[in-house]
Design a protein around this ligand. Structure first.
Ligand code: COA
Length: 633
C-alpha cells in the first residue's frame, strides 16, 4: 500500500483470484487511437497518432515503462490499485458532497411521529450491527458475476471496508485509513448527528451489544440533548463538506485544541454516522430526495448534519426522506447497494425486536462531542457553509423514470441491456450537442484480486455512426441500415465491456504507464502531455449502471463542471435514470438531456419494432454467456 493508504492490519486471507493483467502495449495504444478518433479533429488526430506511434515504437519509452509495469504486477496483489485510488479519489481536491460521494435513496418512509422515525433508526442501526458482524467475521457469501461472463467469483474486499474506513483530508493527497481488524476495536460506537450536534452512541456496553429498545432509548436521549439550545455547539460538520485542501487546512487549526482533537478522534474511529435530519420542507419527489441525500440542502436545511469523511452515513429524515451517503474511495456503488438492500430487507422482513423495557438496561446518556471555537474557526465554518451553499444552488438534478420498457424488451432484441442504454446515452448527448464526447462507464474488475473498476469508453466510432444515422434529417438511411448500425454499436459496446471487465481496458493501463514514468523520475512522456490525452480524460459524460432489486436508487453528481452524471438502474420493464449537471454551466441542462434521452429511447424502440428482428433474427453470438448466477445475498 502507498503512504496515502494505510491498512492498519490485514484481514483474513482474501480469496485466491487472478491478478489484474497488464494488457499488451500495442493493444492499448491501438484502442486508444480508435477511441479518440471520433472525438477530435482530423489534424489533431494525426498529431496524436504520430506521438502514440513514437511512444510504442520498438525500443521506445513505452516498452521501458511496460516492462516496469510487468515487474510491478509480479510484486503486488494489484498493480493498479494505489495508482488508481490516488488518481480517482485521493488527489481530487473537490468537495466530497455532489462531486464524489454517491448516495442511495430509500423509498420514502411514512413516520407517524418522531418516535416512529427513531424506531426506524434503531431498527436500521440494529441491521447495521448485524451486517457488520457478517463482514467482520468474513462470512458474507461470495458474490458471483452476473450478466456478461456470468458465473465467476468476485473479490469481496470492498465489503470489509464498509465500516472500517475513514478518509483524512490532506493538503495535496488525502489518506484513506482502513482498519482491517475492526472486530477487535473496543468499544464500538456510532456517531449520531442531530441538529448539527454530534453524539457518540456506544453500541457495546459491558461487553454486551445494545438491544433495539436500548438503542431507541439512547436515540431519544440524543434528540432531547440536541434540543438544549444552551449546550449547542457550532456546526463543525460543515468543514467536511468543503474542498479537501480547505478542510485539511481548517483541520490543522481545529486540532490545536485538545477538546476538538478528542472529538475528531471519536468520529474517525466510529462504525458509521447516523444523521437524524429535520424535515427538509420540500415535496418528497425522487429528485428532491436525491438532492437531500447528495448535499442535505445546505446549511439552512441539513447540510451541516453530516460528516462526509466517514464512509457510511445513514440519513433518516423526520419527514421520511431516508438513504445512505457514501465516501466513495473504499468501495464501489454495487457494495453500497448490497448493504442497503440487506438493511431494507432487515427493516421490512424482520419485525422490530423491541424487547420489553424491563429487560433493557439503564444506560448512561450518549456522550455529546464538544468543540472549542474561536473567531478564526467561526470564519472557517462560515466560509465552508458558503461554499456548500454554492454547490447546493449549482446542482441540477433530474430523476427520470422511463416506463415504456426496460431490460426485457432489450433482451428481446438480442442485445445487452447495458450496451443498449449506453448507446442511447450517446444518442441523447448527440441530440443535445451534435457531437460525441469522452465518456466514462464504470466496469467492475472484481474478478481480480482487490479489483476496483476500469473505464468502458462508450463514445465508440460505431456509436457515432449510429447516432449520425438517427439524427440525419434528410432521412437518407433505411430502417434496416439504421438497425444494422444500432446492432454494430451495441456489439462494439459489448466487446469493449468484455475487454474492460477482463482487465483489458485502456484507462488503468495508460495511468499505470504515466505513474511509473513519474516513479522513475523520467520526463513526462509526450503522449501524456498531448491535449488529446487531457481531453480524453475530461469525462463530460460520466455514467454508471447501479442496479437494485428493491425499490431504491443510486445517484451522484457530474465529475466535471461542464458535464453530466448519469446513473441508471435498469429494471425488467422500466429504467431509472438520475441525470445531474451544474446550473452554472450554460452548456448543460439535466431537463434538456432527459428530454433527448426519452426521445432517443422511444425512437429506438420504434426502430426495433419496425425492424421486427426479435421475431425473425437468429440468436446473436453475444447472448448471455450462461445462466446468470445469483449474487451471494
Ligand atoms: N441478448 C439477450 N440478453 C442479453 C444479451 C443479449 N445479447 N446480453 C446480455 N444479456 C442479458 C444478461 O445475460 C443479463 O441477464 P440477467 O438480467 O438475467 O442477469 C442482462 O442481460 C444484463 O446484462 P448486460 O446488460 O450485458 O450487463 P451486465 O449485467 O453484464 O453489466 C456492466 C455490464 C459493465 C454494468 C457490469 O459488468 C459492471 O461492471 N458492473 C459494475 C458497475 C459498477 O461498478 N457500478 C458502480 C460504480 S460506483
Amino acid at each position: 500500500m502507498s503512504v496515502h493508504v494505510k491498512e492498519v492490519s490485514r484481514g483474513q486471507d482474501s480469496q485466491v483470484l487472478p491478478k489484474v493483467p497488464v494488457p499488451p502495449l500495442k493493444q492499448t495504444l491501438d484502442t486508444y487511437l480508435k477511441c479518440i478518433q471520433p472525438l477530435v479533429k482530423d489534424d489533431q488526430f494525426k498529431k496524436t497518432k504520430a506521438i502514440v506511434e513514437k511512444f510504442g515504437s520498438p525500443g521506445g519509452v513505452g516498452e521501458v515503462l511496460q516492462r516496469k509495469l510487468l515487474e510491478r504486477r509480479e510484486k503486488t496483489a494489484n498493480w493498479v490499485y494505489d495508482y488508481w485510488l490516488e488518481d480517482m479519489y485521493l488527489n481530487n481536491r473537490l468537495a466530497l458532497p455532489v462531486n464524489s460521494s454517491p448516495a442511495m435513496v430509500f423509498p420514502k418512509q411514512t413516520f407517524r411521529d418522531q418516535k416512529d422515525a427513531l424506531r426506524f433508526a434503531a431498527h436500521l442501526i440494529q441491521g447495521v450491527l448485524e451486517y457488520k458482524a457478517l463482514t467482520d467475521a468474513r462470512v458474507l457469501p461470495v458474490d458471483f458475476a452476473r450478466g456478461q461472463l456470468a458465473g465467476t467469483p468476485l473479490c469481496m474486499e470492498q465489503y470489509y471496508r464498509l465500516f472500517t474506513s475513514y478518509r483524512y483530508p490532506r493538503l495535496k493527497t488525502d489518506m484513506l485509513k482502513v482498519h482491517m481488524d475492526a472486530a477487535s476495536l473496543e468499544p464500538e460506537h456510532i456517531i449520531v448527528v442531530c441538529k448539527n450536534q454530534f453524539f457518540s452512541l456506544e453500541v457495546v456496553v459491558n461487553n454486551k451489544q445494545l438491544n433495539e429498545a436500548e438503542i431507541l432509548s439512547q436515540l431519544e436521549k440524543i434528540v432531547k440533548m440536541s434540543e438544549n439550545a444552551e449546550q449547542r455547539h457550532p456546526p463543525f460538520g460543515l468543514l467536511t463538506s468543503d474542498g479537501r485542501t480547505e478542510w485539511a487546512q481548517a483541520r490543522e487549526v481545529v486540532i490545536k485544541d485538545k477538546t476538538n482533537k478528542d472529538s475528531l478522534a471519536l468520529i474517525e474511529s466510529c462504525v458509521c454516522v447516523v444523521c437524524l435530519d429535520e424535515p427538509c420542507g420540500l415535496p418528497p419527489s425522487d429528485t428532491n430526495r436525491a438532492l437531500m441525500m447528495l448535499h442535505g440542502g445546505g446549511h439552512e436545511k441539513n447540510g451541516a448534519n453530516r460528516w462526509y469523511d466517514k464512509s457510511m452515513q445513514f440519513v433518516i429524515g423526520m419527514d421520511g426522506v431516508c438513504g445512505v451517503v457514501c465516501e466513495h474511495s473504499p468501495f464501489e456503488g454495487i457494495v453500497m447497494v448490497q448493504c442497503s438492500e440487506f438493511l431494507m430487507k432487515h427493516i421490512k422482513g424482520s419485525p422490530s425486536k423491541m424487547v420489553k423495557p424491563s429487560s433493557s438496561r439503564e444506560l448512561h446518556p450518549p456522550k455529546r462531542l464538544l468543540w472549542k471555537s474561536n473567531s478564526h474557526i467561526q470564519g472557517l465554518l462560515a466560509a465552508s457553509g458558503d461554499r456548500l451553499q454554492r454547490l447546493v444552488n449549482n446542482l441540477d438534478m433530474d430523476v427520470f423514470v422511463f416506463e415504456t420498457y426496460g431490460k426485457e424488451f432489450i433482451k428481446g432484441q438480442k442485445m445487452s441491456p447495458d450496451a443498449f442504454i449506453q448507446v442511447v446515452l450517446q444518442l441523447a448527448f448527440y441530440k443535445c450537442k451534435g457531437r460525441l464526447v469522452s465518456t466514462y462507464e464504470s466496469a467492475s474488475l472484481r474478478r481480480f484480486q482487490e479489483g476496483r473498476v476500469d473505464n468502458i469508453r462508450s463514445a465508440t466510432p460505431e456509436a457515432l455512426a449510429f447516432v449520425q444515422t438517427m439524427a440525419d434529417e434528410r432521412a437518407a438511411f433505411t430502417d434496416s441500415e439504421k438497425f444494422k448500425r444500432l446492432r454494430d454499436a451495441t456489439n462494439a459496446q459489448t466487446d469493449y465491456t468484455i475487454a474492460a471487465i477482463t482487465g483489458m481496458g485502456i484507462d488503468n493501463h495508460l495511468l499505470g504507464l504515466l505513474k511509473i514514468s513519474k516513479e522513475l523520475n523520467m520526463e513526462k512522456p509526450e503522449i501524456f502531455c498531448d491535449e488529446t490525452y487531457l481531453a480524453s480524460n475530461h469525462f463530460i459524460l460520466s455514467t454508471s449502471q447501479v442496479p437494485t432489486t428493491l425499490e431504491m436508487f443510486c445517484c451522484y453528481g457530474p465529475v466535471v463542471s461542464n458535464g453530466y452524471g448519469v446513473c441508471y438502474n435498469p429494471q425488467s420493464d422500466y429504467i431509472i435514470f438520475c441525470v445531474s449537471s451544474f446550473w452554472e454551466n450554460t452548456e448543460t441542462s439535466s431537463a434538456v438531456f432527459v428530454k433527448a434521452l426519452n426521445e432517443g429511447l422511444l425512437e429506438i424502440k420504434d426502430l426495433c419494432n419496425r425492424s421486427g428482428v426479435a421475431a425473425t433474427k437468429p440468436v446473436n453470438s453475444r447472448q448471455p454467456a450462461g445462466r446468470p448466477h445469483k449474487s451471494g445475498k
